[in-house]
Design a binder for this molecule. Sequence first.
Ligand code: KDG
Length: 344
Amino acid sequence: TLGFGLTAQAQSPDLSDPPAIDGEVIADHGSHTIRMGLGLAESSPQYISSQYFADILEQRTEGRITINVFPNSQLGDDVQMMEMLQTGTLDMTYPSSSAATTYVSELAAFDLPFLLPTREAAIAVMQSDMAQDMLDAFEGSGIKALTFSENGYRQLSNSARPVESPDDVAGLDVRGLSVRTMENPVHLAIWEAMGANPTPMAFGELFSAMEQGVVDGQENPWSTILTSNFHEVQDYGTETRHVYTPFIMMMSQRTWDRLDPAYQELIQQAARQSAQYEIQLSAEYDDWSRDQLEARGMQITRLDDDQIAAFQEAVQPVYETWAPRIGEELISEIQSIAEATAND
Ligand code: KDG
């Protein structure tokens, strides 16, 4: 804290430098310019690590592979950009797994509330064979899924009132909060179970929807709330950590098929390296972003174990409906991978 109640406001935390780029230069297999669309802003871990992905490819091909990254949903939202990948009008995108359950239904497991208690558990699941099977299951869809990385733990923000309990979401005497969700049925069920009025909407429309009062709130990791300037239109934040969301870096199958196998291998490797870096940046951003939001005037509610338990109880109906549809076996497999990290 500086004097006079002022608090330092920085654009980003002290971020780790990207790992050094090593490995030999790949032989000339032609030149490619690849367009990659992102939903998030330039300051996000997603964008910074995508630039690192671009740097790896540029260096290892002496500039023959160029990745042009377009942030801020300027090329479309997650759903639209995946469709553009299928038709070949866009080369790459990096959506939340929640937006991709229409392609691979098993991905909806990640949308179950309070499934992954720690980041270690989430990372172990994303690196498991089971997760690789989910990426492989895109085969035939027109999309080549390259890697998981971290979007992160989602937190509630809103402009109506401080939220400490599901009752505050539901409102009781006042109307329930209208909360923007991703276009995902499990997320809809979560907010319905809490008594909110969930409204699925593209991420790119969210800021102005909140500014105009079309919705009261939304839920995203602190880093997204900060880097998208949502605090300008949201007074209250609650540390709910209700869902851990992965990202999936993906390429148009048409683009992939045009690339020499040596380039394909390099791209797959660079995707994994940049995902590791992204996960690191995302972790560095997380609590830091919450504190920055607080410094910028957002009133943040931290929840104790009993308060979290009340949210967990409120969303129990989501499991009753969705666990059988997603697959009990898959869910227990995820739980056992997660539990193994707790015993380490
Ligand atoms: O680039 C990713 C974003 O488009 C999006 O997935 C962010 O979590 C997100 C959301 O709420 O839409």
